[in-house]
Design a protein around this ligand. Structure first.
Ligand code: C2E
Ligand code: MG
Ligand code: MG
Length: 696
């Protein structure tokens, strides 16, 4: 800046009065100001127009301006010149009587003023130098504002009261607020409630330690949110500590970050989980399975002859097919499952709660959906897949072993002709095939009349009277032969068929009981009940109570002739819900017994609240009751406990006189078992009953 002052000066004087011009010229010479440009002294213009032209041509360092000119007078003269020249320093020459005009001139962009006839050469020289300095300051300020305006980010200066003192144009543009609005706002007004405390903390830290960085969402007037990184610095302004801040838009950086994060867990081509994410999920699923002792399934899936498609149609088509296959796989999976691509045409699937039957089911569906033709561009592509299945914990207890064994099974599927699935363990393969076979056959069993009920007598130990019949389901299939309920009931439960089958059982048993009641067979010394087994799945069905009542009503059997055998499992997940259902049944006059007691989860506190009147001691305790001291202890404990809770006991699986004797001595109320009779078809049961009644 000082440099500029010592350079030769070129001065333009705009003055219509030749006398005044002469005075100025002399003063300039006397002041020793070196005049550049025109050797004979300052450039002279006598009208404003001439002055502007001269200024534009000669670019003077300073202009001395008389406000009263032939073509313009007053403050407008200055404003016109200022507008035409922007930055050139201007010293206004005024008459003595124009003081107020002189002050107005300073406000309108003049750097100084001199009163004609009142200045000496020194004063003129000083005025010219100051004008230059001031002009530089103005230019500096303009430069600073222009620089701030050119910043891509936000700039702002805030005082300690939180008032905005300065900001750049971008701040107005991004925020959508006008300068007038910003001037009345506080910094916190630009943030959501959630971010305000961290912004306030950032401001406090800036004053305390000099600087701070905060990431937050900047909220514009139209409520759009943009993530910014705010950097504050403490800054003295007007001798007061202020906060000078800059902020940059980090949405792109965040997006890039999110993308990197995403890429590290997902496969870029298909959007499926990648191996890393799968690994995490498998670890988690294994620990869950270990804790709750259930199985989980890991499947490896490899497209058959995929290389041919890649080789003959090119990679883009191959890629598109992989994406299409990925979508098909996802379409048959459940929410909790994870589908991942291991690379190439290999997929790995995690089914966190699936057992053998579930796995076989899913594998069947996968084979079917993948085999449907895929339309890729103009090509109709056909592909099949080979699937290997490993089940935790039998086939491995960690991810590595499970996936290795699933691979072994998958290669076996390839060897066996592809387009099929194989379990790692051979017995699971057999089991799964049988499961699916049974499930399909069971679907038709009811309509084809393959189902029937057998009835097993239940007797009171004290009197030897028949006090009940347990209805037990029998299924005889033309090829499979007789299938044990222990085999097909769990399958019917898993597939949901048990609800329909259970209704059939209930109706058939109730109808049979009604017939016996009508024949006078049900009422000996003690009335007989029909005990029907109820699966947990049936028990949880929302229409259970309704459907039982409907059957009783339609078959016209009084509810006291019906007893339901529940297992302890009904209370497993939702004991309070179970208690509510039991209460509803009991209120309708239906009795309930707990079947297989001692094998499941028993909470004495719940047992008290259960509306049951009888416990059926599981046959596994009865079997060795004559030799095994532990079983003896358990059975007599159950009987004593039941007695103190006011519950009856019935022992099942009684086959020998020895077992019977022990049970009688222990105070058991009732028995059921081969010792008296196997489960019998209705006519045989009827004969048994008549004989028993005759004995009574
Ligand atoms: P459960 O309810 O505990 O039935 C008793 C089982 O023990 C029956 O087997 C019966 O035939 C058998 N059993 C009876 N006395 C003796 C004996 O002295 N010795 C031996 N070793 N066994 C004896 P089953 O008929 O094979 O039924 C097995 C299970 O299938 C039943 O156990 C029951 O849980 C279920 N089940 C049978 N029918 C139905 C039904 O209609 N619905 C439902 N949900 N489950 C049923
Ligand atoms: Mg039973
Ligand atoms: Mg039982």
């Amino acid at each position: 800046m000082n440099e500029a002052l010592h350079n030769p000066l070129s001065i333009l004087v705009i003055e219509d009065d030749p006398g005044d011009f002469g005075l100025v010229k002399d003063s300039l010479r006397q002041a020793g100001l070196v005049l550049g440009g025109n050797a004979s002294g300052p450039v002279w213009a006598q009208t404003l127009r001439a002055g502007i032209t001269a200024a534009q041509q000669s670019a003077p360092d300073v202009i001395l301006l008389d406000l009263s000119l032939p073509d313009s007078s007053g403050i407008i003269t200055l404003r016109t010149l200022r507008a035409a020249l922007h930055n050139t320093p201007i010293v206004v020459l005024t008459g003595n009587d124009e003081k107020t005009m002189a002050l107005a001139a300073l406000e309108s962009g003049a750097q100084d003023y001199l009163v004609k006839g009142m200045f000496d050469p020194d004063a003129l020289g000083r005025a010219i130098r100051y004008a230059q300095v001031r002009s530089h300051i103005v230019q500096e300020r303009d430069f600073t504002q222009a620089a701030l305006n050119s910043l891509p980010g936000l700039f702002y200066l805030i005082d300690q009261q939180g008032r905005f003192l300065r900001w750049n144009q971008n701040f107005e543009k991004v925020s959508g607020y006008s300068a007038a609005e910003i001037a009345t706002m506080s910094p916190l007004d630009f943030f959501d409630e959630a971010d305000r405390s961290s912004i306030a903390a950032g401001i406090a830290q800036t004053y305390a330690s000099g600087e701070a960085l905060v990431e937050a969402e900047f909220v514009a007037k139209d409520h759009t949110h943009t993530p910014f990184l705010f950097s504050g610095k403490r800054f003295m302004f007007d001798q007061k500590p202020c906060l000078m801040g800059m902020a940059i838009d980090i949405s792109q950086r965040r997006q890039a970050h999110a993308r990197i994060e995403w890429l590290s867990h997902f496969d870029a081509l298909t959007g499926l989980a990648n191996l890393r994410l799968l690994d995490d999920r498998v670890q988690h699923a294994i620990s869950m399975a270990r804790r709750s002792q259930h199985t989980l399934t890991l499947m490896t899936l490899d497209l058959d002859h995929f290389k041919n498609i890649n080789d003959s149609l090119g990679h883009p088509i191959g890629d598109a097919l992989l994406v299409a296959v990925a979508r098909r796989i996802q379409s048959v999976m459940r929410e909790e499952d994870t589908v991942s691509r291991r690379g190439g045409d290999e997929f790995v699937l995690l089914l966190p709660t699936a057992d053998v039957a579930d796995a076989a089911h899913l594998a069947e569906r996968l084979l079917a959906v993948i085999a449907r033709s895929h339309q890729i561009d103009a090509h109709e592509l056909l592909t099949t897949t080979s699937i290997g299945i490993a089940i935790y914990p039998t086939d491995g207890k960690d991810f590595e072993t499970l996936s290795r064994n699933a691979d072994v099974a998958m290669y076996r599927a390839k060897q066996d002709g592809r387009n099929c699935y194989r379990f790692f363990a051979a017995e699971m393969q057999t089991r799964s095939i049988r499961t699916l076979h049974i499930e399909n056959a069971l679907r038709r069993a009811q309509e084809r009349g393959q189902l029937s009920l057998h009835y097993q007598p239940q007797l009171a130990l004290s009197s030897g009277q028949v006090i009940g019949a347990e209805a037990l389901l029998r299924w005889s299939h033309p090829e499979l032969g007789p299938v044990s309920p222990a085999d097909f009931i769990p399958i019917a439960e898993a597939s949901g068929q048990i609800v329909q089958i259970g209704e059939w059982v209930l109706r058939t048993a109730v109808r049979q009981m009604k017939a016996w009641v009508d024949q006078g067979l049900a009422s000996g010394a003690a009335p007989m009940v029909m005990a029907v087994n109820l699966s947990v799945v049936q028990f949880r069905h929302p229409r259970l109570v309704e459907s039982i009542l409907q059957i009783l009503q339609e078959e016209q059997l009084a509810p006291e002739y019906l007893e339901l055998e529940l297992t302890e499992g009904v209370a497993l997940n939702d004991p309070l819900g179970a208690i509510a259902v039991m209460n509803a049944l009991r209120a309708r006059g239906i009795c309930m017994a707990i079947d297989d007691f001692g094998t499941g989860y028993s909470s004495l506190s719940y047992l008290k609240k259960f509306m049951v009147y009888k416990l059926k001691i599981d046959q596994s305790f009865v079997r060795d009751i004559t030799e095994d001291p532990e079983d003896k202890a358990i059975v007599s404990a159950i009987i004593r406990m039941a007695g103190s809770l006011g519950l009856k006991t019935i022992a099942e699986g009684v086959e020998t006189i020895g077992q019977l004797a022990f049970l009688r001595d222990s105070g058991c109320d009732e028995v059921q078992g081969y010792y008296y009779s196997k489960p019998l078809p209705a006519p045989a049961f009827e004969a048994f009953l008549r004989q028993a009644r005759n004995r009574e």
